[in-house]
Design a protein around this ligand. Structure first.
Ligand code: GDP
Ligand code: IMO
Ligand code: MG
Length: 431
């Protein structure tokens, strides 16, 4: 396992944090490559819960090099809060490195995110209102402020002025907001720079040094394939590229540096925010999934929309990311549902059979799922640790999903705990 990318294969919250935490044990470097604190990655270790928004999920291993790559947008106040929170819980954060080239989320980005959503009204995207979209917009417009700028008072002030100037009109409703005072922002961010300085580094070089000396690097994705700015359900997407290809850009390595790509998917589907969701359920099965799966957002606390597994979307994610393996999480949540349904194709509003994920937004919006039914299981599987421990119906379900997705399932989640996993095939670290 020299270098592996972990991506979400659905609409996010698949359990990437838990999978990264597991694989981090046998990796030398863990690096986040995109997104920001719109992400919420939960890890449960010895019954203790940790929620990460920016810091890579490998940080719970003492001294592990955990990097925030250049492709991430960083709210430095949130990052410092996260560092302090971990320190208070006795976690060693000395291995944390922050790319000097990563872009910063500024107070005006958060205001613009909120104002933009309000303006869209009923058409809102349902963003996390963390300023992610406006920060990436400034990056592309070459008006972004980078981590390294916090170390130079003159440059910082000039850049903030230049970035705010074209936004005057849009920021008019916040004109008197003290958070928008140029001097105050500059001072605030210089303070952040001072505190983060020991962690600021050339994170691409950290990856190269590891790869060039035969060490292993784990690339931690946030959000997911169907939220990808280019390939997801646009405009109901995030403003970065969560697909595996973006690991190269967002961490600073080449495609030939990547050995494996693991996609994480739930045994069903969830989505937070607006946008098409073909297998969404509004009945008691949806309620079962939400309640048993505790489907409430890690970042915003919003109720997640729930539905059956959609292998049309999963096949799309497999191809788009070049998945070499799948991790299926939350299989335990399906216990008690009989039959279990899996969407294997869609039907368009004109009646056409769609076996591929439609590229046209209107077609996707009008599509309805066609299901295959599989027998359910009622046993609590939270204590299962090998495939042989699982009920036959659960094993049949995994075989079915594996065949449909065309990608081997290496890992199965049977509960939130770090130990609540079943390795399949010869993927186990002890195999
Ligand atoms: P991420 O954003 O992809 O890292 O996922 P989140 O952490 O936002 O959401 C996944 C939730 O499911 C978290 O609360 C995890 O603790 C929990 N979880 C992960 N794997 C499993 C599993 O196999 N079973 C159950 N019941 N919960 C899980
Ligand atoms: P993790 O890493 C689930 C969704 C938001 C919204 C859309 C755009 O925990 O899987 P943004 O704030 O990014 O501009 O919002 O994307 N979204 C997520 N949904 N999990 C996430 O992250 C998400 N990050 C953003 O709900 O629909
Ligand atoms: Mg999450």
């Amino acid at each position: 396992m020299s270098s592996t990318v972990i991506v979400g294969a659905q609409w996010g919250d698949e359990g990437k944090g838990k999978v990264v935490d597991l694989l981090a044990e046998r990796s030398d470097v863990v690096i986040r490559f995109q997104g920001g604190n719109n992400a919420g990655h939960t890890i449960v270790r010895d019954g203790e819960e940790f929620k990460f928004h920016l810091i890579p999920s490998g940080i719970l291993y003492e001294g592990k090099t955990c990097a925030i790559g250049n492709g991430v947008v960083i709210d430095p106040g949130v990052l410092i809060g996260e560092i302090e929170g971990l320190r208070r819980r006795g976690i060693d954060v000395s291995g944390l490195r922050v790319s000097a080239n990563a872009h910063l989320i500024m107070p005006y980005h958060i205001m613009l995110d909120t104002a933009g959503e309000a303006k869209l009204g009923k058409l809102e995207i349902g963003t996390t209102k963390r300023g992610i979209g406006p920060a990436y917009t400034d990056k592309a417009a070459r008006l972004g402020i980078r981590v390294q700028d916090m170390l130079d008072p003159k440059i910082l002030r000039k850049k903030i002025f230049a970035a705010m100037e074209p936004k005057r009109q849009l920021l008019r409703p916040f004109e008197r907001d003290p958070r928008l005072d140029l001097h105050a922002i500059t001072e605030e961010y210089l303070g952040y720079g001072h505190r983060l300085e020991p962690h600021i580094a050339d994170t691409a070089r950290i990856c190269w040094d590891a790869l060039d000396t035969g060490k292993s690097v784990l690339f931690e994705g946030a959000q997911a394939t169907l939220l990808d700015l280019d390939h997801g359900t646009y405009p109901f997407v995030t403003s970065s590229n969560p697909v595996a290809g973006a690991a190269c850009v967002g961490a600073g390595v080449g495609p030939t540096d990547i050995d494996e790509v693991w996609g994480v998917a739930k045994a069903y589907t969830t989505r937070v925010g607006a946008g098409p969701f073909t297998t969404e359920l509004f009945d008691e099965v949806g309620t079962h999934l939400r309640d048993k799966g505790n489907e409430f957002g890690t970042t915003t606390g919003r109720e997640r929309r729930c539905g059956w597994l959609d292998v049309v979307g999963l096949r799309y994610a497999a191809r788009l990311n070049g998945l070499s393996a799948l991790a299926i999480t939350k299989l335990d949540v399906l216990a008690g549902l009989d039959p279990i349904r899996v969407a294997v194709r869609y039907r368009s509003s004109e009646g056409a059979v769609l076996s591929e994920f439609p590229y046209h937004q209107t077609v996707l919006h009008g599509a309805t799922p066609e299901y295959e039914e599989l027998p359910g299981f009622s046993e609590d599987i939270g204590e299962c640790r090998s495939e042989a421990d699982l009920p036959q119906a659960a094993r049949d379900y995994l075989d079915f999903v594996e065949r449909q997705a065309g990608v081997p399932i290496n890992l199965v989640g049977v509960g939130p705990g770090r130990e609540q996993i079943v390795w399949r095939g010869d993927s186990s670290p002890s195999a």
